[in-house]
Design a protein around this ligand. Structure first.
Ligand code: ZN
Length: 425
């Protein structure tokens, strides 16, 4: 097996003790930095991390790279995306800018249903072709693992085609995709006057068939006023749990409905959005260990209040960050920029932001055992950035600091760089 040594990094960031899946309290403010560090990879896994001067003797055939003061991070993880879609929603965006609400646009046939119409007309290969450049852009920003939701098919046939497209993209790599079934993204127009029939279809036809195919790991529900209420959401989530799926919930995004409390009560792995979460909801999440996945890009794009990240963190909730990449409310793949928003608009410290994009993001997709930190024994997913201090990733914002991206020990992406380490200006 090939041994590869990456030495003389100014910082290794995200060095975490084996077995740590979340960092709460003061630990969340610790980015896990080793200065003047070296990372050793054997095959597809990390075998050693430490200070360069402590590097043990290595096999004579080891390949050695001198990083000359660059930073090494674990591969970033985007734990919430809707990147299987067709069509754009530029007109709707302009309508919103002219003062129309998201709900009003949805009621007039826009919003999610306009993307559903485009996806239903797209073949499996077309969906793959449209999603691939989005994944390429995520990879260029250092994102090596991506959760991908369906939810723009909303019929068994169309949802299955979306899951097959995710499987095709996952097989072609180099990224790893984590598939989530979101048939409960909206009640499709054809069932608008007959939502009970759609609920029956979801629980008794779609979920069992998707469980049988094994194409989704998680089931998610858009629990929201005028989408799926608390009772309907609970019914779908409990049915999914019974079929062996792990759970996620779009919770308290536009109204304080109690989605966080529901997510906690059904043992969901994560509750996502949480812009309107109540104090009781926060308490429930802290108690259940459900990850709060915050999506500040969506709040920015919708022009609404940001999620109360500080109250969540200070109450002992494990906070993760993700893009929410989708054509309606957050069209971006720039995960480091989401980190800048977390710092500047939600009061998160750079170290907290970093942990939320790595260790906690891994935990939010149940991959904490092998991803999300620079820990010997974990998969060698890591990123070399052209900066000398990891905080520059969020501070010098809107540009790409990533130089090389490694997945399972293999170089899978190299960006052209216009500046050298530590001299980002
Ligand atoms: Zn979402």
């Amino acid at each position: 097996m090939t041994t590869t040594v990456f030495r003389n990094a100014s910082q290794l960031v995200g060095v975490v003790a084996e077995g740590t899946s979340v960092k709460l309290g003061s630990a969340f403010r610790d980015p896990g930095v080793i200065h003047d560090g070296t990372l050793v990879v054997e095959g597809s896994h990390i075998v050693w991390v430490g200070r360069t001067r402590d590097l043990p003797a290595l096999p004579s055939q080891a390949k050695v790279f001198d990083l000359a003061g660059k930073v090494i991070l674990p591969g970033l993880i985007d734990g919430h995306t809707h990147l299987i879609f067709a069509g754009e929603r530029l007109d709707e965006w302009e309508q919103r800018l002219s003062g129309q609400s998201y709900q009003a646009i949805a009621e007039s046939g826009g919003g999610i249903m306009s993307t559903v119409r485009a996806v239903r007309q797209a073949s499996r290969s077309k969906l793959v072709e449209l999603a691939r450049p989005r994944l390429e852009r995520l990879l260029s920003f250092g994102v090596t693992t991506v959760e991908v939701k369906t939810g723009y098919g909303l019929s068994l046939k169309d949802e299955l085609r979306c899951l097959e497209a995710i499987a095709d993209l996952n097989a072609s790599g180099p990224w790893e995709l984590i598939p989530t079934f979101l048939g409960a993204h909206a009640v499709p127009t054809e069932f608008a006057n007959d939502r009970a029939v759609y609920l029956h279809l979801l629980c008794d036809e779609m979920l069992p068939e998707i469980a049988r195919c094994g194409l989704a790991r998680f089931v998610d529900v858009f629990c929201e006023t005028d989408v799926f209420d608390l009772q309907e959401s609970k019914r779908i989530l409990l049915r999914a749990r019974e079929l062996g799926f792990e759970l996620k919930v779009h919770a308290d995004e536009l109204t304080p409905l109690g989605g966080a409390e529901l997510a906690a009560s059904v043992g969901a792995v994560s509750a996502d959005h949480l812009l309107c979460v109540s104090d009781r909801g926060i308490e429930a999440l802290a108690h259940s260990g459900t990850v709060a996945t915050l999506l500040p890009g969506t709040a920015l794009f919708l022009g609404v209040e940001f999620a109360p990240a500080r109250r969540l963190i200070d109450s002992g909730v494990a906070v993760a960050l993700a893009t929410d990449c989708n054509p309606g409310t957050c069209p971006t793949e720039h995960l480091p920029l989401i980190g800048t928003l977390a710092c500047t608009r939600m009061g998160m410290l750079p170290a907290e932001t970093f942990n939320a994009l790595t260790l906690h993001a891994a935990h939010s997709v149940r991959r904490g055992q092998d991803l999300g930190s620079l820990t010997p024994g974990k998969q060698a997913d890591f990123v070399i950035c052209n900066i000398s201090d990891y905080r520059q990733l969020f501070y010098h914002f809107g540009i790409n600091h990533v130089w090389q991206v490694y997945k399972r020990g293999q170089l899978v992406r190299e960006n052209a760089t216009s500046h050298s380490a530590g001299k980002a200006w």
